[in-house]
Design a protein around this ligand. Structure first.
Ligand code: C2E
Ligand code: MG
Ligand code: MG
Length: 306
């Protein structure tokens, strides 16, 4: 029944073996996930967002990984959907938030630049009216100012119940938390709704950037989204930047903040500390030419050593 519904309703499906296998796999992941929370099997990797014209790291996104006892390191797409369905996402998310904020504190105490730390939200969390207060409580206990935190939400999350989302985001923003729209351009969102939301940042989805060089359509969409974000006074971050050509194209649009494998893969905390340390040292000498940037050599040498 769920398969028929998810394929657009008003149709039928025969139960088959592959469904049985998928259900069994899902149940086994769900079972292991419950243990993972207690067994401290999660870890965070961090990916810098870089202003390529100055070479500065301007933000860091925390990305969860699951160190599964038999399957190895799992990416979030392998378990976040299961966690959402099984009602485990809030517990996992609290672990992510606490860990990311403690890490932020540790970097600050090492004298490293206090850059914003981004944490992803899940759609099911918006239905929780206590979300903003929970964020405030966790930040208070960890002892970090709320303006160092950025929460990433997607368009589809916002559109499920716009009024509830508006209320939660307004409360978070009033506390000083920054709000970013993730994977922008892939969901369905109304531009008039977007204008009413308290937003700081728009993260342009990597699918547009990937083909902007070859596809005039994707290049046009990228150009239009960057222009729209600029006129709404939002910071634009291009996600999934993998080539110099993409950097050049984005730069020509005035979009200079980027996140992607070419600049740095998501890395464990100690490697990020090194990047921040180099950044602090380099900030004394501004970079004049963004085509021959210091960040590339600094960051790539770090990335290769991991
Ligand atoms: P996202 O928030 O859009 O995160 C960016 C994803 O793009 C990450 O995948 C990152 O590794 C990947 N990426 C970054 N640069 C490049 C690039 O140049 N090329 C390519 N091909 N990929 C790049 P990851 O870590 O697998 O995370 C996937 C998604 O899982 C995230 O997408 C986010 O929606 C979700 N996620 C991650 N951590 C959490 C979490 O703590 N909670 C929740 N609810 N969701 C999370
Ligand atoms: Mg994200
Ligand atoms: Mg994204």
């Amino acid at each position: 029944m769920y398969n028929a519904k998810s394929e657009g309703r008003n149709r039928f499906f025969f139960y088959n073996d592959s469904m049985r296998a998928a259900t069994a796999q899902r149940l086994s992941i769900e079972h292991d996930l419950r243990r993972a929370i207690e067994g401290e099997q999660f870890e965070l990797h961090y990916q810098p967002q870089i202003n390529v014209s100055t070479g500065q790291v301007v933000g860091i996104e925390a990305l969860i990984r699951w160190n599964h006892p038999t399957l190895g390191l799992l990416a979030p797409s392998n378990f976040i959907p299961v966690a959402e369905e099984a009602g485990l996402i809030m517990a996992i998310w609290e672990w992510v938030l606490v860990t990311a904020l403690i890490q932020h504190n540790a970097w600050r105490q090492q004298g490293l630049p206090a850059v914003t730390i981004g944490v992803n939200l899940s759609s099911v969390q918006f239905s929780d009216p206590g979300l903003a207060e929970r964020v405030r409580e966790i930040a208070r206990v960890v002892g970090v100012p709320l303006d160092c935190l950025e929460l990433e939400v997607t368009e589809s999350m916002l559109m499920v119940d716009f009024d509830a989302a508006l209320k939660t985001l307004t409360a978070l923003r009033a506390m000083g938390v920054k709000i970013a729209i993730d994977d922008f351009g892939t969901g369905y969102s109304s531009l008039s709704y977007l204008r009413r939301l308290p937003l700081d940042k728009l993260k342009l989805d990597q699918s547009f950037i990937r083909d902007a060089g070859e596809s005039e359509g994707d290049a046009a969409i990228t150009r239009a989204i960057v222009a729209m974000a600029q006129s709404l006074h939002l910071t634009v971050v291009a996600e999934g930047v993998e080539t110099q050509a993409q950097i050049d194209f984005l730069g020509s649009l005035g979009c200079t903040t980027m996140q992607g494998f070419l600049l740095s893969r998501p890395l464990p905390a100690p490697a990020i500390a090194e990047i921040l340390r180099e950044n602090r040292a380099a900030s004394a000498q501004p970079i004049a030419d963004s085509r021959d940037p210091l960040w590339a050599s600094i960051i790539q040498s770090k990335a290769h050593s991991h």
